[in-house]
Structures are given as C-alpha cells and as structure tokens.
Design a protein around this ligand. Structure first.
Ligand SMILES: [Mg+2]
Length: 330
C-alpha cells in the first residue's frame, strides 16, 4: 500500500467519530469548542523500538500501550479524552510496500480501533514517514477539563491524605519477568500483561476534579512520582509501605524474593493515579471507587515537613536502607 491508500483505507476509518477530522482529507483537523468553562488539555508521548518496546512485539499491543500512556496523562489532569494524532516513523522493512508492512500497519490500526472503542476517542490526524533508524511512534492526545480546576501536581496541602488507584509494581515486575530476571512463570503472566497493556484511569481522573488537591499518573515509580507532588506542592509526603496495594502476582514475587519490594516502590510503568485529597473527602472517594469499579487505596499523608518523601514500615519507622539514596528521598 502506498501512503495515500494507507491513509484512505487504514487510518481514515479511525477518524469517523470526529467531524473536525474531515475524514483525514484536509491539511489539519479542527477541534470543536471545548465547552463553557472548559479548556483543552494536550499531551504527547513517544515510544521507540528497542527502548520502550521490543521490535517484534505485536503491533496492536504496541499501538494500544502508546495510546493508553497518553490517555493516562489526560486522566492525571482530570481531563476527559477526546482525540489524538499519531506519527509513525517506520524502518524500510515495515514501511515498504510489501505485504508484511501492510500487515503490520493494519494490525497497528486494529489496536487503535479497539482502544478507540474502549475509551471513546477518535483519530484526528497524523503522519507516517520512513526512517533509517528504529520504529518510532509519537502520539499527541487531546482532552477537555474545567479550565479552572484541572488537576495539577502543586495543590497538595498538609493534612491531605495520599491515595493510589489499582495495584503498584506490576509494570516493573512484569518488565523484569519479561527480561528473564524473575523466573516465576506461574505468577508473572498477569504482571507481564499489565506491563504490556496498562489501564488508564480515564473515568476516575475526570471524577476527581474538585476532589483531589494534586494528582499525577505513576510512570516514573511510586516514590519518585510522590516526590514530584511533594516538590511541586512544597510539602512532605509519608507513604505507609504496608498499605501499598499489591496484586496477587506481585505478592508472590516479593514473598519469594523480598528485595523485589524495592522495584515495587521505585519501578515505573504502572499508569495508576496517585493523588492527594482532604480528609473530609474520604467517603466521596470511596463512593467514586465503587461507582467506577476502581480499586482506590489510602497509602499515606501529606505533612508540612521538608519537601520530599518518606516511606514508613509497619512500625511507622522511616525505611532508608534500600540503595539509591534509600526510600527517604530528600
Ligand atoms: Mg504522566
């Protein structure tokens, strides 16, 4: 397939739900009015074969993860997702006119279509080019939020509580298992799946607007990401290690190799929402958890100490014995 046929046959159908995309026949897309008091939130995430995924990973999974990482960033801002653009740089083996290349692109688009249906977003445009380098994918996503109330990292206040969605550490453990560094095939399969296909919290994020005082999505690792909130908000954050929500697979891994707990706390790729909220919002948050069928755990608190993060053990003692500056980050 040549470029025009590729757009026409493979990508244009993905734009059908967005009138301003003009079926990808114009030079650019038109975003609709955001709505009264609403603003557009925009985010971009790029992934490179050999760095963020393995070149022969299934193209539909690669597409879905790339899209989901962007949707997770929108959710972290409290934005409801609307649409996205995608740029693909393909090496000749993929970008040529051969049947294998067309199969790859079709599978890639099939993954996008699947998640478009799951998350209610539409393709607004994009580009594809040939490259002498590795396969490279860049997605830019657009969402809408009340412009005065977008969730930021800077609003945490002493006395707030710290919450996190889902389970923590599965992405990091899944990657280790995939690279042959955890040999527990009996328990790691769901962790690998979580690494390959994170679950962006697109329903909960917008529902936290007006409730959460600060939020972000966990991509650098729980402790580092809590540190981002702490620094942007000029507060101290205490995390209770025993309150950490772990999946059954993660518990089995940590039980057989306790030093893996370090990866749980500091690994990345979870794409869960970490947020702070005042004490009197506890019941509201618990109701939201039920309403959106999302596990939400209270894992710590915000204090007015020196800006940074402290991880506490089950006795309430700071843990600082585990490498890389420990868990008590200045
Ligand atoms: Mg993020």
């Amino acid at each position: 397939l040549g470029e025009f046929a590729r757009i026409d046959q493979i990508f244009a159908p993905l734009s059908a739900g967005a009138p301003g995309a003009f079926g990808l026949t114009d030079d650019a897309a038109l975003l609709p009015d955001a709505g009264p008091g609403q603003g557009w939130v925009v985010t971009n995430d790029a992934v490179v074969a050999g760095v963020h995924f393995v070149p022969d990973d299934p193209p539909d999974l690669v597409a879905r993860k790339a899209l989901r990482c962007n949707l997770s960033d929108l959710a972290a801002m409290g934005a409801a997702p609307y649409g996205y653009t995608v740029a693909l740089a393909m090496p000749r083996e993929v970008a040529g006119d051969g049947a294998a290349a067309t199969d790859w692109v079709r599978a890639f688009a099939r993954g996008l279509a699947e998640d478009q249906a799951a998350f209610g977003v539409h393709l607004l445009g994009g580009d594809s080019v040939s490259t002498p380098g590795p396969l490279w994918i860049s997605i830019t996503a657009f969402g809408r939020v009340d412009s005065a109330q977008a969730l930021r990292r800077s609003g945490a206040r002493p006395g707030d509580e710290l919450w996190v969605t889902g389970t923590i550490g599965d992405g990091a453990l899944g990657l280790l298992a995939r690279n042959g560094r955890i040999l527990r095939d009996d328990v790691t399969e769901p962790l690998v799946q979580r690494y390959l296909l994170p679950e962006p919290r697109t329903r909960l994020g917008p529902a936290l607007v007006g409730i959460a005082t600060a939020a972000l999505d966990v991509s650098d690792g729980l402790v580092a990401d809590a540190g981002h909130i702490a620094h942007r908000s000029s507060v101290r954050i205490e995390i209770d290690a025993p309150a950490m929500p772990l999946s059954a697979g993660a518990i089995a891994c940590v039980d057989s190799a306790p030093d893996l707990l370090h990866h749980v706390l500091t690994g990345g790729d979870d794409y869960e929402l970490l947020f702070t909220a005042p004490l009197d919002r506890r019941e509201t948050i618990e109701a939201l958890a039920a309403e959106t069928a999302t596990r939400i755990s209270r894992i710590g608190r915000v204090t007015d100490g020196r800006s940074g993060v402290t991880v506490l053990d089950r006795h309430g003692e700071a843990i600082d014995s585990l490498g890389s500056g420990g868990w008590s980050h200045a």
